[in-house]
Write a protein that binds this ligand. Sequence first.
Ligand code: PRP
Length: 173
Amino acid sequence: MADTLKALITAEEIAARIAELGRQIRADHPDDTITVIAVLKGSFIFLADLVRAIPGNVRVEFLGVASYHGGTHSSGAVQITQDLRSEIRGQVCLLVEDIVDTGLTMDYLLRMLEVRGPKVLKLVSLLDKPSNRETSVPVDYVGFTIPDEFVVGYGLDLGELYRNLPYVAVYSP
Ligand code: PRP
């Protein structure tokens, strides 16, 4: 297993960047309760660290989405496997992703959520892979911009494995 994984972003680098993101997000919305919407499954570890880095009032919601279906390339088809439990009308919402790759998932989700009338709808992604974009997506907060490599770890999987790596690694078969 070890010879197929090469560390790209260390746990220490991730922690330092998330601390910055948390401060920046709160500074941009100093007085609001922020409804953090985690896009499952990949964002669950980023979510857990990010919400602890945002001071003040935060609500947490989960959105179940599948688009890769276990492979290494986007199918382009977005499937909602679990919807939000509450209304977001009038709320300051922050969609949390592990990675924006083709942008197709985010494009779909932003359209789907915008019609529900949030006061603000922003997007934070731990990783951004702009070289692979198929549609333009406004990523308000980016943790790290990465090259066109298949990455795993810190929530990101390959066939449901590697999510538990504490760092982000490039996977080469
Ligand atoms: C991954 C990732 C994003 C999406 C990004 O999800 O978590 O949701 O793909 O890709 P895109 O920009 O090309 O649309 P995946 O379908 O792998 O599901 P998972 O989060 O449950 O692992």
